[in-house]
Ligand binder design. Structure first.
Ligand SMILES: O=P(O)(O)OC[C@@]1(O)O[C@H](CO)[C@@H](O)[C@@H]1O
Length: 330
């Protein structure tokens, strides 16, 4: 079971441009696609596509069309009232795959709303994973994820966190063995921001990514899955570090690729896969999502795990990568 928590869900409106975007220009659009989104919601949609039990917890009125839409897609939902209207996030995609995103701030939540949301999460089935994902809505304290993750971990739950900005900084500031999230899924920018690293350097070098991730593992996070877009992903846990490169992919929209990666990782973890296998699944699901329009989640038939290349990284103080044969390939 994968319970997803999306405190700031979104209707993802994708405007498909037939030509490259010109700032200040007038464009005729090829297509407009509306899909229910938000990071945790996307993971629950991937669960449904892959037949993994899930429940999506998010603030919304029970009769909100957003909930009906998700239920029609077969996603079991636990909407938590009261809540304002679900925000609309705009995506512009260009023919070369360039994806521009304009995210709204979302409906303001009160302390009482957040307490009810947290209580609903804590009442969810204990087996499997709880994923805390996306931005926090206006009104939420930066520490909301850090607090909830700590409570879930103290109750013996496995918790994955994928967030950014002040909410991520608060999670990292509170890291401690026993209450730290089981899994953190930053992208290069997020990892650089919490580790004080140079993002361009990280984007260029998986070994530097692994070194930054390992510092989080040393502070209590079991596993760090750092997603690197077209450069794949790096996985670090107490037993090692690995880098995986995706199969060649024609990028259509990168929205939700990170969410599909996280789903790939978690579903492989639930199936008892090894660390390199979990990483391969993450990269395969993420690259499959990047090849689909808007916030479309892949189905298992879109996913080419066998084409992902995984290599072990050597991370002693020398911080150099093995240049030889990969120790494992999917
Ligand atoms: O504003 P946030 O919560 O950080 O991100 C929201 C969002 O960009 O994340 C998903 C893709 O990962 C989209 O479905 C959604 O629009």
């Amino acid at each position: 079971m994968i319970v997803t928590v999306t405190p700031n869900p979104s209707i993802d409106r994708t405007v498909v441009l037939p030509d490259a975007l010109v700032r200040g220009g007038v464009h005729r659009v090829a297509e407009v696609i509306d899909q229910p989104g938000g990071k945790g919601v996307n993971i629950s949609r991937a669960c449904v596509a892959a037949g993994v039990p899930t429940r999506a917890v998010f603030p919304a009125a029970g009769d909100d069309p957003f909930v009906r839409e998700l239920e029609q897609l077969g996603v079991p939902c636990a909407p938590v009232p009261p809540a304002g209207p679900v925000r609309v996030n705009l995506t512009l995609t260009e023919p070369d795959g360039t994806t521009t995103k304009l995210n709204a701030s979302g409906a303001t939540v009160s302390d009482a709303d957040l307490d009810l949301l947290a209580r609903t999460v804590l009442e969810q089935p204990a087996e499997g994973w709880v994923v805390l994902a996306g931005s926090l809505p206006p009104g939420a304290p930066d520490e909301w994820y850090a607090d909830l993750a700590g409570r879930l971990r103290a109750g013996g739950r496995r918790v994955a966190v994928d967030t950014s900005d002040a909410a991520l900084e608060a999670v990292v500031a509170r890291l401690a063995p026993g209450t730290a999230p089981s899994l953190l899924k930053p992208n290069a920018e997020e990892l650089a921001s919490v580790g004080g690293d140079d993002v361009a350097a990280l984007e260029d070098d998986p070994v530097l990514v692994a070194a930054a991730a390992r510092r989080l593992v040393e502070r209590g996070v079991e596993t760090v899955l750092a997603t690197l877009g077209g450069a794949g992903a790096v996985l670090v846990d107490a037993t090692g570090a690995w880098h995986a490169v995706p199969p060649s992919t024609r990028v259509v929209s990168t929205v939700g690729a990170g969410d599909s990666s996280l789903f790939g990782y978690l579903s492989a973890a639930l199936a008892g896969a090894s660390a390199p296998e979990r990483l391969a699944a993450a990269v395969a699901w993420g690259s499959a999502a990047a090849g689909l329009p808007g916030t479309t989640v892949p189905t298992p038939s879109d996913v080419r795990t066998q084409e992902v290349r995984v290599r072990a990284l050597d991370l002693p103080s020398s911080a150099t990568a093995h240049e030889g044969e990969p120790s494992w390939q999917s």
